[in-house]
Design a protein around this ligand. Structure first.
Ligand SMILES: Nc1ncnc2c1ncn2[C@@H]1O[C@H](COP(=O)(O)OP(=O)(O)O)[C@@H](O)[C@H]1O
Ligand SMILES: O=C(O)C1=C[C@@H](OP(=O)(O)O)[C@@H](O)[C@H](O)C1
Length: 162
């Protein structure tokens, strides 16, 4: 949530032949409503089911593609079969600082249901980070790097990994 997945993906696309997709965008278009509305109207469990459906489709049908995922997607049991897993790594405070500095900060915070309570979000981050590190094939520390620098590092490290 807010680590820069979207911004880095846009730079990767600029500097490579990758096509980029985003699991949250796929879910929003499948459902024809925003993630926030899905959480409010159906609850988190329903959203996770949609993620599972997407995960199965990704494994079966998607190759050579940059896939950005929501922060909870790592729980999908077939994750390792989908492709090379890249973690954009950052401290929690740095993530929040970045989002708050954005001109559209209020909107950015509002559209992320799990960021509305910062104490709970920090706890979630602390629970998830060790899991992310265990799963990741490639780790990029995004602290004090531009999205372009992160993208270049990502392309180099992914190339080495595959
Ligand atoms: N490398 C970076 N340096 C500084 N700010 C960044 C960087 N990458 C992203 N941001 C800013 O951080 C916020 C979250 O970025 P975004 O790409 O939307 O993250 P995500 O897709 O992971 O939620 C945005 O306000 C964006 O402009
Ligand atoms: O961390 C999570 O569980 C979630 C992160 C969100 O995506 P971002 O990580 O892109 O904000 C989105 O998938 C949903 O609100 C749940």
């Amino acid at each position: 949530m807010g680590v820069g997945k979207g911004s880095v993906a846009r730079e990767v696309v600029k500097h490579s032949d990758y096509i980029a997709i985003d699991t949250d965008d796929l879910i929003e278009s499948m459902e024809n409503r925003k993630i926030k509305a899905i959480f409010e109207q159906e609850g988190e469990k329903y959203f996770r089911k949609l993620e599972k459906h997407i995960a199965k489709w990704l494994e079966k049908s998607v190759r050579n593609t940059l896939i950005s995922t929501g922060g909870g997607f790592y729980k999908q049991e077939n994750l390792k079969n989908i492709g090379t897993i890249v973690l954009l790594d950052s401290g929690f405070d740095a993530i929040i600082k970045r989002i708050k500095e954005h001109p559209n900060a209020t909107k950015k915070l509002k559209k992320r249901p799990l960021l509305s309570d910062l104490k709970a979000a920090r706890k979630l981050y602390e629970e998830r980070r060790p899991e992310y590190l265990k799963l990741a094939d490639v780790v990029i520390d995004v602290t004090n790097k531009s999205a372009k620098e992160c993208a270049k590092e990502l392309l180099k490290k992914v190339k080495k990994h595959v």
